[in-house]
Design a protein around this ligand. Structure first.
Ligand code: PLP
Length: 375
């Protein structure tokens, strides 16, 4: 992508909000608890390098990503903090991780055996993933754990530095399965501690668990969605256990304003026919930017007032119905605050029948991220 912005459509990422949200969770957690900032998927669409740097400056002690490529991007940006890859990395790439001091997640005996045969430049750091009910990746039995620990003990090039699990329902109203998972993890940990005497990082909490049960989070949490100022679910939001500031907002400007006559249509398929003489504005954003076509009918903010998206959203342009004449160049806010109103990420997620996590991720790289940082 070229560096200069020639089109007036941008996402504003408020790094002060990232810092604020980390401070908020740290205040809830016990003093000796660490925060791992989860910056996978381009920091949930916010921009991996600026967010990672801000998170570390603001008190996070490490970073977590989903894939090795993301960890390498952070190292290329001269970030030296601990980085954990949460997803599966093929054993043949263990040497890449070891070379760059990147910690990998593992959960298979064959994987450990294959890594054990390799000549690694540095010892490889690993965290053991336990599947307590998420059903995604992780060991599921004591036998698996014991055979894996025995294999690790044989190998000087492998440094086991953590054990963790992930919750499926920590954000839900019904916490019975969450409790089942915590009990299963405790049972695993009991066996683990019998076989492994060296200290390790122990982490179970995502945002929801960290916010709801801060005192039960062992020595570390993996803080993702709420670092970005978003609540993992409506339930967690309504509990008011934490105050967050949304870091992501999305803006554009009117590039064309016109009056159409009653009966005239707007956009592909003529799905919108004006009921009266109406003012119509065009903004340069479309589904080619990840601005989902199903957002037809959703509101945007112009001068702090809600105006609906009308007609089909095109690949690069979207039309809105204005309540009167506005100058070309007037700012339009698609996500975030403007005047006294705010289009929250939650509202867009509900409209699209999805979760807030997906919204900043769906706004693709054609939309430049502009960073606001008062420090
Ligand atoms: C393994 C793992 N840990 C932590 C997180 C962060 O969760 P959250 O964004 O809900 O805080 C995720 C996110 O999907 C994850 O997959």
């Amino acid at each position: 992508m070229v560096e200069k912005m020639y089109r007036d459509t941008w996402a504003e990422i408020n790094l002060d909000a990232i810092a604020y949200n980390i401070t908020q969770i740290k205040e809830k957690l016990p003093q000796d608890s660490n925060v791992i900032a989860v910056v996978k998927a381009n920091a949930y669409g916010h921009g991996i390098v600026p967010v990672a740097k801000k998170a570390l400056e603001s008190g996070a002690s490490g970073l977590a990503v989903a894939i090795l490529e993301e960890a390498l991007t952070l190292r290329e940006a001269a970030i030296t903090a601990p980085i954990l890859v949460l997803g599966f990395v093929p054993a043949k790439y263990a040497s890449v991780a070891a070379e760059h001091n990147i910690t990998l997640t593992f959960f298979q005996l064959d994987w450990i055996k294959e890594v054990g045969k390799q000549d690694l430049i540095n010892p490889l750091k690993l965290h053991l993933k336990v599947d307590t009910g998420m059903g995604r990746i992780g060991i599921r039995s004591d036998e698996e754990m014991v055979s894996i620990l025995q294999e690790i003990a044989k190998n000087k090039n492998i440094h086991l530095s953590g054990i963790f699990t992930h919750f499926a329902t920590a954000d839900a109203e019904d916490l019975s399965f969450y409790r089942e998972q915590t009990e299963r993890f405790e049972a695993f940990l009991h066996v683990f501690k019998k076989f492994w005497k060296k200290p390790v990082m122990i982490h179970i909490g995502n945002s929801a668990a960290a916010i709801r049960f801060p005192e039960k989070m062992y020595n570390c949490v993996r803080f993702g969605i709420s670092m970005y100022g978003l609540y993992p679910s409506q339930e967690v939001r309504e509990e008011h256990a934490i105050q967050l500031k949304q870091a992501f907002s999305l803006h554009s400007r009117l590039v064309h304003v016109k009056k159409i006559a009653k009966g005239e249509s707007v956009s592909y398929g003529q799905t919108y026919i004006a009921k009266n003489d109406e003012w119509i504005g065009t903004i340069p954003i479309g589904y080619g930017d990840g601005w989902n076509r199903k957002l037809q009918g959703m509101n945007v903010l112009v001068n702090g007032k809600r105006m609906p998206i009308i007609g089909r959203i095109c690949m690069d342009q979207t039309m809105i119905k204005l309540d009167g004449y506005y100058d070309v160049g007037t700012k339009v806010t698609l996500i975030g605050s403007e005047g006294n109103d705010c289009i929250e990420m939650d509202e867009i997620a509900r409209y699209l029948d999805t979760i807030t996590y997906e919204i900043p991720c769906m706004i693709n790289e054609r939309i430049p991220r502009v960073y606001v940082d008062s420090n």
